[in-house]
Design a protein around this ligand. Structure first.
Ligand code: HEM
Length: 202
């Protein structure tokens, strides 16, 4: 691939990824505790306006991140090793460490993308429509959306660790993969636990 095109695609992929995951963290670290502090009348005024806008950026950023990511994968990995493909190393059997790391990262990211489009957004749409019409959506909608959002929040830690590990240093060995799961999951867990208590107005 032309180097300038590759850098441009990597830049667009990371920019869209920041928009997606940044909003995911806003929902999990800020909005979940915030919703617990406002009354139903305020929710009715604030949420349709705020959530509709945030969810638009959230789902389309997820779509762009995923499409560019898949393109990068096909362009960089799906060629013969002799032609520069990264799936295997020249003259060696089995997947390269880099391919192992990126494929685990991509599996997590693709499940996250699925959750955004097929669980979080459809359920949030029902919740917002319910607020606007006055016929509240069934409570399962909020539960499902929250569970998928929490799953994505936790997954984002190892996903990003491995997504970065693939191109920087050529992926991780087995110990590296264990660290890639344990440390980021712990960090995200601590952030979720802290989110109810930090940053309150004085
Ligand atoms: C949704 C599905 C996704 C797919 C299919 C995907 C795929 C890829 C691929 C193929 C690469 C290149 C790896 C290499 O050069 O070995 C990459 C790099 C990267 N991705 Fe993703 N990705 C996805 C989601 C995300 C998300 C949500 C983020 C969050 C910010 C992200 C951040 C990154 C970063 C930081 C890099 C490294 C860029 C670099 O240093 O050049 N990706 N991704």
């Amino acid at each position: 691939m032309d180097p300038l095109l590759e850098v441009s695609l990597r830049w667009a992929h990371v920019l869209a990824g920041i928009c997606w995951i940044g909003l995911l963290y806003f929902f999990n670290f800020v909005n979940v505790p915030f919703q617990g502090t406002i009354d139903p009348a305020t929710k009715k005024v604030v949420n349709p306006q705020m959530l509709s806008r945030a969810l638009w950026w959230f789902r389309w950023a997820a779509m762009l991140t995923m499409l560019i990511g898949l393109y990068l994968f096909i362009a960089l990995y799906m060629k013969k090793p002799e032609d520069g493909g990264l799936m295997r190393e020249v003259g060696k059997e089995g997947l390269s460490q880099r391919a192992n790391s990126i494929m685990i990262a991509m599996t997590l990211a693709l499940v996250m993308w699925f959750n955004v489009w097929f669980i979080i957004w459809p359920n949030q749409k029902k919740i917002i429509a319910g607020m606007l019409s006055g016929n509240a959506a069934p409570p399962e909608c909020a539960k499902r959306a929250l569970m998928a959002s929490r799953f994505n929040c936790y997954s984002s830690g190892p996903m990003l660790f491995l997504m970065i590990a693939a191109p920087h240093g050529g992926g991780l060995d087995l110990t590296g993969h264990v660290v890639a799961f344990v440390v980021p999951l712990l960090v995200i867990h601590l952030a979720i636990k802290a989110s109810g208590g930090v940053g309150k107005p004085v």
